[in-house]
Design a protein around this ligand. Structure first.
Ligand SMILES: [Zn+2]
Length: 398
């Protein structure tokens, strides 16, 4: 009887010992969390901040377009008077690069040419004239910053439209995948012989658009006005590096969907920059949409500035914006403690967004966020009641 009692006591002690062993690691973790909060692992993480190398004290802010149809002199002047200073104009039919802005007259292959098997069509690209701006100043077209660009549509098996700032790849009336106007604007290939279907093959487009990029480290392909997640993923996987998060052609509800799609993709680990565009300016008033390029360009020639603007687009060194009037003073990140600071020149309402939370800062010019260990990106939005600005995301490598 006594021996049985000893066995029972030993069993209970063993049971308690096992339970303690099981709970101990959790207890230790909890204690560590109490002693030191969730940023304990920050020393081993990297925040990829696209604005890292920008000196905001000396940086120039250049409002630019990445998707806007300037199909007349008046539209170009309107864009200038709205504040646009970097013109990567997208036109189509034909989707020829509108660059240089002073214009050129180029042969291009049209549908009718292909049927007749001869090249007779010519197209005037650009050829804008000097003008007087709203302030009464003379504006010379040859002084404006610009870059080749075009909008591509009607792909086989995709409803998506693409902008291609930095690429001189052109095609006539949407169709030819291998013909059109290569970077030299010569050596036209009869698209009908090369490719018999009347729409663009996606792979051929990607190949040609990238082949005709004027820079290796500048310019990119941007997905226009889409919130279709599977389409967005398809084009990102093919090499698109940006999407539109604001397009003035669409109403507020649709624009919210673009932004929601952006956050969905960022949460899933896709990395892409958000652009704000006008598209067709006559559709919706007031006219909103530009990309506020930020860069140190002191001492650069006009041509060097154009290339820097394309590099800024590729690197995400710009702010999607309604009017491009808000000024950012700081966007810094601290890898060691996992802290991000966003500072504006004057107070505004600021919203910080990560993959798992939203933090609102009312009427302040500084927003500081201590990142949590499970956060993979952070981006900011800000409004002063008149303008709206989106930063590009910082990515946290786990
Ligand atoms: Zn368009």
């Amino acid at each position: 009887m006594k021996r049985n009692r000893i066995y029972a006591v030993v069993c209970i002690i063993c049971f308690i010992f096992i339970i303690v062993c099981l709970l101990l690691p959790n207890t230790i973790t909890s204690l560590i969390n109490i002693i030191s909060p969730k940023d304990i692992k920050w020393a081993s993480k990297t925040i990829i901040n696209p604005y890292q190398e920008i000196d905001f004290n000396t940086a120039e802010f250049i409002p630019g377009i990445s998707h806007e149809h300037c199909t007349s002199q008046k539209k170009l002047e309107n864009a200038y008077n709205r504040g646009i200073r970097f013109f990567a104009i997208t036109n189509y039919q034909p989707s020829a690069p509108n660059y240089p802005l002073t214009g050129y007259n180029s042969p291009y292959e049209d549908w009718s040419d292909s049927k007749a098997d001869k090249l007779i069509t010519r197209y005037n690209v650009g050829s804008y004239k000097d003008f007087i701006d709203v302030l009464g100043n003379q504006v010379r077209i040859r002084d404006l910053l610009g870059a080749p660009n075009a909008e591509k549509t009607l792909f086989i098996g995709s409803e998506t439209h693409i902008s291609q700032p930095g690429s001189t790849y052109g095609s006539a009336n949407h169709q030819p995948p291998l013909g059109g106007i290569p970077s030299t604007h010569k050596n036209l290939i009869n698209w009908r012989k090369a490719f018999p279907l009347p729409y663009q093959n996606i792979d051929a487009f990607i190949f040609n658009a990238k082949r005709c990029m004027i820079l290796n480290d500048g310019g990119l392909l941007i997905i226009n006005h889409s919130y279709n997640i599977s389409e967005l993923k398809k084009w990102i996987n093919l090499g698109c590096e940006g999407m539109e998060i604001y397009n003035n052609y669409y109403d507020e509800l649709i624009n919210k969907r673009f932004q929601k799609a952006w956050d969905t993709l960022l949460t899933e680990g896709y990395r892409l920059w958000g652009f704000a565009v006008v598209d067709w300016e006559e559709v919706r008033q007031p006219i909103k949409g530009c990309n506020l390029i930020v860069g140190n360009m002191k001492g650069f020639t006009k041509e060097q500035k154009e290339l820097q603007c394309l590099r800024a687009y590729k690197r995400g060194q710009f702010f999607a914006s309604w009017y491009g009037r808000m000024r950012v003073q700081e966007l810094s990140s601290n890898n060691v403690i996992g802290k991000v600071v966003f500072k504006l020149l004057y107070p505004a309402k600021i919203l910080a967004k990560t993959n798992n939370r939203e933090i609102t800062f009312e009427s302040t010019n500084t927003a500081e966020v201590n990142l949590l260990n499970d956060e993979s990106y952070i981006r900011f939005e800000a409004t002063d009641g008149l303008d709206y600005l989106w930063t590009n995301p910082m990515f946290i490598e786990q």
